[in-house]
Design a protein around this ligand. Structure first.
Ligand code: PLP
Length: 226
């Protein structure tokens, strides 16, 4: 397999960083790998892509087994049911989709048992869409306080999946909102929240301009989703 697709995305990230006056190392490229078969991920790993984000627990567990021989950095980016936390907690470096108290409690409970501190991002429903997960912006501060009280959970920042817009330029305000919510939390609580997980195939360059530290890219790397 050729590594052309990864190279092209790499170059676009590089250019977006330059354009935004940022260093390339500030942005992690996460392969959004739902529905991509293990062997294809193995090829991408050998091309240099080291971090994959999965959406479904069952599918993730299979790929985790298939690729056990590789030091993949696995993230979880999909909706997470509390009763599935126990299957992934020892395998995932960062959960991007923490968005409710019951899930927080379960992550705390399971991480506590393992003596692990689970790093998480809080997903924010920046578009106020009923069909989407995420904490509402007005409830974020209260939820964040609860996260701080969970000793085995470490919030590292925020994540969003903004509403779809024909023109990616129109997504920019949602990225700016996520960043400003992060900045407010840092100020109010006097701590650092280094990560903003935002930007997908069609809008990642704008996300990088607005401060993304993790871009989650699927289609552009792996081809169309089925
Ligand atoms: C599928 C998915 C992505 C990637 O979307 P593309 O448009 O294919 O790049 C990013 N984030 C989440 C949460 C996803 O489910």
């Amino acid at each position: 397999m050729s590594c052309d697709r990864l190279k092209e995305v790499e170059e676009r990230i590089q250019r977006a960083c330059e354009h935004a006056g940022r260093r390339r190392e500030e942005v992690l490229l996460l392969g959004a790998s739902k529905s991509v078969p293990s062997e294809k991920l193995r090829n991408f790993f050998h091309c240099g892509l080291r971090a994959f984000g999965e959406n479904r627990v069952q599918e993730f567990l299979k790929k985790y087994e298939d690729l056990r021989d590789l030091p993949v950095d696995w993230h979880f980016i999909g909706r997470l049911q509390s009763n599935k936390v126990k299957y992934i907690i020892d395998k995932i470096s960062l959960i991007h989709s923490l968005d409710r108290e019951s899930l927080l409690e379960e992550i705390q409970n399971r991480a506590g048992r393992l003596g692990k501190v689970q790093e998480v991002l809080i997903e924010v429903n920046v578009g106020g869409e009923e069909t989407k997960g995420g904490v509402e912006p007005e409830n974020l501060k209260e939820f964040f306080e609860k996260c701080l009280r969970a000793k085995n959970v470490k919030p590292l920042g925020l994540m969003c999946i903004p509403p779809y817009r024909e023109n990616p330029e129109e997504v920019r305000p949602y990225f700016a909102l996520l960043r400003s919510l992060r900045d407010q939390l840092e100020q109010e609580f006097g701590l650092k929240l280094p990560h903003l997980s935002m930007g997908m195939s069609y809008d990642f360059e704008i996300a990088i301009e607005e401060g993304a530290t993790i871009v989650r890219i699927g289609t552009l790397l792996f081809g169309s989703r089925v």
